[in-house]
Design a binder for this molecule. Structure first.
Ligand SMILES: NC(=O)c1ccc[n+]([C@@H]2O[C@H](COP(=O)([O-])OP(=O)(O)OC[C@H]3O[C@@H](n4cnc5c(N)ncnc54)[C@H](O)[C@@H]3O)[C@@H](O)[C@H]2O)c1
Length: 258
């Protein structure tokens, strides 16, 4: 029987690495696709044996690079799970967003998911597999980083597009929307404000930020058999951020119970 494979893009990052570790529970092999080959190799080596964790250099914004990734996966197994996790934000406000940044953020955070999906859709049909797109709370409400956020909102709609058009092949498509996750992506902001996570905490009903493992657990659930009837949804993993803010509820209601 062919080996079941999972592809995780941006797998050298903290969230991607946690997802790759989780998916190894029920996939034979995990391909760690990243634009940074050294970091992907180091992450793969940390996660386990070289025949199960396979680093692949891949720029998810390049059609050729993504096609090579799909071929590599097909040589060693059949893709059952595609996790579109590579992502980044380049400008904090519309004022700071140039046309180049707008296009680059959309290419990485939205178009890449389309490219990777089309490249592995035949393998997903064969395995009746699923796609999990790593979106963000930024795709649901306004929290800054506009081009990134518009792309993540598009990614949520892309999630539904796949669910509806490919459901007849048994392919499922879901999204996870993390709130603040302490990762390398925050390095610059944490250097500018060492209290950034403390400052963020007060807006979260659970009074903490998200851990990469929290995101990985949600991906593992959505990609696994327990979610067999779930498709087209976005699961926020946001410690309650998109439910509301206790401080605002206290201001509006003047109740000390918030
Ligand atoms: N960290 C957070 O607070 C947070 C919150 C919500 C959503 N997310 C989302 O989670 C995902 C992972 O974020 P993270 O914090 O681990 O980021 P990160 O910056 O730590 O890791 C991202 C990884 O993607 C890789 N990458 C960048 N461009 C690429 C390309 N063109 N092709 C292939 N790989 C590429 C990088 O090399 C890096 O290893 C992203 O989609 C991000 O938008 C993160």
């Amino acid at each position: 029987m062919t080996q079941s494979a999972a592809i995780v893009t941006g797998a050298a990052g903290d969230i991607g690495a946690a997802i790759a570790a989780k998916l190894a529970d029920d996939h034979d092999i995990v391909l760690l696709a990243d634009i940074d080959p050294k970091a992907a190799a180091a992450t793969a080596a940390k996660l386990g044996s070289a025949d199960r964790f396979i680093p692949v250099e891949c720029d998810v914004t390049s059609e050729n690079s993504v096609a090579a990734l799909a071929r590599r996966a097909a040589q060693i197994g059949t893709v059952r799970t595609l996790v579109n996790n590579a992502g980044a934000a380049r400008a904090v406000s519309l004022h700071d967003t140039t046309p180049e940044i707008w296009r680059a953020d959309n290419a990485l955070n939205l178009e890449a998911a389309f490219l990777t999906f089309r490249a592995v859709e035949d393998q997903l049909k064969a395995s009746k597999g699923s796609v999990v797109n790593i979106a963000s709370v930024n795709g649901m409400n306004v929290f800054g980083h506009p081009a990134y956020s518009a792309a993540k909102a598009g990614l949520l709609h892309f999630t539904r597009l796949v669910a509806v058009e490919y459901g007849k092949f048994g392919i499922r498509s879901n999204a996870v929307a993390p709130g603040t996750v302490k990762t390398q992506a925050w390095e610059i902001r944490a250097a500018a404000n060492p209290n950034v996570f403390e400052d963020a905490r007060r807006w979260y009903p659970l009074q903490r930020v998200v851990d990469p493992k929290d995101v990985a657990n949600a991906v593992g659930f959505l990609a696994g058999p327990l979610a067999a009837a779930i498709t087209g949804v976005c699961l926020p993993v946001d410690c309650g951020l998109t439910a509301g803010q206790a401080e605002l509820a206290r201001t509006f209601s003047q109740s000390e119970h918030y």
